[in-house]
Design a protein around this ligand. Structure first.
Ligand SMILES: [Zn+2]
Ligand SMILES: [Zn+2]
Length: 305
């Protein structure tokens, strides 16, 4: 499976010329998952050449305007897109009223089912080799942090072992690789575990904004391949970050280091900063594998070896 993150909005609270409000798309082969839907998300969708038809679900972290104001417009556009399968919208309590109220006010009819789920955490999506879970983060209103997790993948196929067992090359290899037992012409049954190495863990991407640094996110992000974390302020504004229930770039780096993630992507950068180099330098003193999100940045998350 190809997993690609596309940053649609790397700003927060107030948009700037270069940073739209929060929205992150994760493409898993043919399916697209959207995390937050700040104002203008649908235009960013178009710029990033993403397909509305592929949108499987929209996951909203919290009900602050900068994370949800793009929903009414996006859903109006979606109502014009031919589609039969349901669209999932998941978010904290109140999301259903926001979506349904807007739909009524704007007189929109969806020609496909829209399934809205209000949640305070847990497993929210579990199909097509993708699981999405959420835990509460720590913000000024109830906020969810999400983990998108690829299912565990079967272990490596050990050809030498297959040859030693006399398994004939061909379609039988494919069946065993998919985890299915096969019966050979001589009547012997070969089990997948005889020719496969240990199962390989799936990739994980964690999305945690807006939030103060917190244990819940450290646990959720444990060993994640990619952590997208609130990095709204420089570290000299630590008090302000605390008061406003956000994180500094250094605090985000500390979360990444403690969770042992592969890469940290800082986001929700305050509109007061024109250059991100000094912020990155401070973060890199704590955790080296850090980059700053920017609009339309694409990150491929490679398969685990
Ligand atoms: Zn925000
Ligand atoms: Zn917020």
């Amino acid at each position: 499976m190809v997993i690609t993150l596309v940053v649609l909005g790397s700003g927060g609270t107030i948009p700037t010329l270069s940073r739209h409000l929060p929205a992150f798309a994760i493409q898993c082969d043919g399916e697209l998952f959207l995390f937050d839907c700040g104002e203008g998300a649908q235009m960013q969708f178009v710029k990033a050449k993403l397909s509305f038809a592929r949108l499987e679900g929209i996951f909203i972290s919290h009900l602050h305007g900068d994370h949800i104001m793009g929903l009414p417009g996006l859903l109006m556009t979606m109502s014009q897109v031919p589609r039969e399968r349901p669209l999932y919208i998941v978010g904290p309590p109140g999301i259903a009223e926001f979506v349904e109220g807007n739909r009524r006010f704007l007189g929109v009819q969806y020609p496909f089912p829209v399934e809205i789920q209000e949640t305070s955490g847990g497993v929210l999506y579990d199909r097509n080799r993708v699981r999405i879970r959420a835990v509460p983060a720590r913000h000024s209103c109830f906020t969810l942090a999400f983990a998108l997790e690829e299912y565990e993948r079967p272990g490596r196929f050990m050809i030498e072992e297959a040859v030693r067992l006399g398994v004939p090359e061909g379609p039988v290899y494919g069946k065993l690789q998919k985890g299915l037992p096969v019966t050979l012409e001589d009547g012997r049954t070969i089990l997948p575990e005889q020719v496969l190495g240990p199962p390989r863990k799936g990739r994980r991407i964690v999305y945690a904004t807006d939030t103060r640094p917190c244990e819940e996110v450290v646990r959720l992000a444990q060993d994640a391949d990619l952590l997208i974390h609130d990095g709204m302020f420089d570290d000299d504004l630590r008090d302000q970050a605390h008061q406003k229930c956000h994180s500094t770039v250094v605090q985000a780096a500390q979360v990444a280091r403690r969770a042992g993630v592969g890469q940290l992507l800082l986001t929700h950068l305050s509109s007061r900063y024109f250059s991100d180099a000094p912020l990155l330098e401070k973060a890199r003193n704590v955790f080296p594998h850090v980059i700053m999100a920017r609009d339309l940045l694409e990150i491929d998350v490679p398969m685990q070896p």
